[in-house]
Design a protein around this ligand. Structure first.
Ligand SMILES: C[S@@+](CC[C@H](N)C(=O)[O-])C[C@H]1O[C@@H](n2cnc3c(N)ncnc32)[C@H](O)[C@@H]1O
Length: 288
């Protein structure tokens, strides 16, 4: 099976630690849930046949919905071809600034908005998604001479995966997204990062503060009681260690590229938390 990969570059994307995440998976599960999907690195890597995916970012989830509909996908590709050939700094700002007029922006077809989101992600500075207080995309031009929105066959592979499997696409709060999860289902939480100092963690107009991390920990506990397998990734902070002290905490090192302060790129310590013993842990005991 040819697997897709994230079709957008996304802050906190998990491609660099995908092997570490895979080592922490449960042995078997029913439905896969990813309530903070972002670019969907683990979703595409696992390519489960039954999944529920969610993110509170409307523009991002609109792209997933369009990719999941053959007719709309074709129309989006047509628009992307036009965007690729028209690409220039002036054209970038013309497309970017479409959200300055909310009335006309809301009238755009969903496939046009999806093409805009993909194009802006490829053409903007550093692949960031950032909006101002009026929910206007405000990342400057990335100065690329050419943009490659399809990345070979990737968009087609991703669209085939989403249309040919049972994938439910939501756009709501994480708590709502997991309300139907049942015993034996697997939920992977990859929330915006907590931090011991203050760093970039506002992906949408609503930030994700320490109270949100506490609310998430309650949901984690609730799902644990329900008999679900739950995995969560975050930074190795005081609060996260405190909130999940009753579970398995795996420490890992990750390279991070997106930071509000460009000079602060480098290695950070992250944690992967599970409420079960992973396949590799069982294997280690077995090997002894
Ligand atoms: C760390 S990113 C996920 C990265 C993703 N795993 C990947 O590989 O690209 C966190 C995501 O949480 C979303 N988010 C923030 N607050 C949320 C909420 N209350 N409910 C659902 N999603 C939320 C953001 O829009 C962002 O896409």
């Amino acid at each position: 099976m040819i697997k897709g990969k994230p079709f957008v570059k996304w802050a906190g994307g998990k491609r660099q630690i995908i092997d570490k995440l895979k080592k922490c998976l449960p042995e078997d599960f029913n439905t896969y849930y990813e309530p903070f999907i972002g670019g969907g690195a683990l979703l595409f890597e696992l390519s489960p046949q039954k999944a529920v995916i969610n993110d509170s970012n409307e523009e991002l989830m609109n792209v997933y919905k369009v990719l999941c509909n053959e007719e709309k996908f074709k129309k989006m590709c047509h628009t992307l071809n036009h965007y690729e050939t028209s690409h220039s700094e002036e054209f970038y700002y013309e497309i970017r600034n479409k959200d300055r007029n909310k009335k006309s922006f809301n009238r755009l077809a969903d496939y046009t908005r999806a093409a805009r989101t993909i194009y802006l992600n490829k053409a903007c500075f550093n692949g960031l998604y950032r909006v101002n207080s009026k929910n206007e995309f405000n990342v400057p031009f990335g100065k690329k001479k050419k943009v490659n929105t399809y990345e070979g066959n990737n968009l087609i592979t991703v669209s085939n995966y989403l249309t040919m499997n049972d994938i439910k696409i939501l756009c709501c709060d994480f708590e709502e997204a997991v309300k139907d999860a049942k015993k034996g289902d697997f939920i992977y939480f990859d929330p915006p990062y907590d931090s011991d100092t203050s760093t970039f963690n506002s992906y949408t107009e609503t930030g994700f503060d320490k109270d949100e991390q506490r609310r998430l920990a309650k949901v984690f506990k609730e799902l644990d009681k329900r008999g679900c397998y739950v995995m969560l990734s975050n930074h190795n902070t005081k609060l996260i260690n405190e909130l999940y002290k009753d579970y398995n905490i795996h420490h890992i090192e990750a390279k991070r590229n997106i930071n509000s302060n460009g000079k602060k790129r480098g290695k950070v310590e992250e944690v992967i938390i599970t409420n079960y013993e992973s396949v590799s842990e069982k294997q280690e005991v077995f090997d002894e």
